[in-house]
Design a binder for this molecule. Structure first.
Ligand code: DC
Length: 220
């Protein structure tokens, strides 16, 4: 059983996926975290992010990513080291969107994601889950929200972490990342065929989770 959730940054994907994971007892796979860990590896090894060949040579078969679940939170290991907090910075967000356009990197991570999904019932979120990673998912969801609402959520998250960035900066970064993620040639962010679109701007999390569970019950 698989639920594929796609959508732009700040649409509520991970919050909803975590809630669904608790309710259904399925594993949550945050594929964005896998791309983020890969970007962190490139930065830590001083690899030019604009050089596709160098990035792919450095990463493929050398980067190992493991997801572990403890007390219903996800811990991400990059070659054995816990990088769960390190991958959440602004610098990593920007670098991740840049390296996520490289075909070799995507193929490498998509294979890992498909292996994980073949062993468990999963809720997987990202940008290409319904279209590329799990094209036969039991249920496909495409989450959206207005740009202002998505930036507001990201701004709140950052403020809670003590990161001082203005709302305008957050909005600008979000828009430029979405543009890059939707306009790249390989597996761009898109609403997959058969996906149900949910606008989360004015809905609360419980309502959305309930709606998705109702949709799942109708699909299985
Ligand atoms: O969901 P997130 O913000 O953690 O994702 C970080 C970046 O990774 C995002 O800008 C796009 C990219 N990404 C992707 O290209 N494909 C995925 N399946 C998941 C994330």
């Amino acid at each position: 059983m698989q639920i594929a959730i796609d959508g732009p940054a700040g649409a509520g994907k991970s919050t909803i996926a975590k809630n669904l994971s608790k309710k259904l007892g399925w594993i949550y796979i945050d594929t964005g975290a896998m791309y983020r860990a890969t970007a962190l590896y490139c930065i830590n090894n001083n690899i030019d992010l604009n050089n596709q060949d160098k990035i792919e040579n450095a990463v493929i078969e050398k980067v190992d990513i493991t997801l572990v679940y403890e007390n219903s939170s996800q811990i991400i290991f990059l070659n054995g080291i816990n990088v769960s907090d390190e991958i959440r910075t602004q610098e990593i967000s920007t670098a991740t969107s840049l390296i996520a356009k490289y075909e070799g990197i995507r193929n490498y991570l998509v294979k890992m994601q498909q292996v994980l999904a073949s062993k468990n019932d999963v809720i997987m979120d990202g940008r290409d889950i319904g279209s590329v990673v799990l094209p036969d998912a039991t249920l496909k969801i495409y989450l959206t929200a207005s740009n202002e609402e998505r930036a507001k959520r990201r701004f709140q998250e950052q403020s809670e972490k003590g990161i001082t960035q203005s709302f305008e900066e957050v909005l600008k970064e979000l828009n430029s990342r979405d543009k890059q993620d939707s306009e790249r040639e390989v597996s761009p962010l898109c609403k997959a065929e058969g996906a149900v679109e949910i606008d989360t701007t004015n809905l609360d999390i419980d309502q959305i989770v309930e709606e998705i569970i109702n949709l799942l019950n109708r699909n299985r």
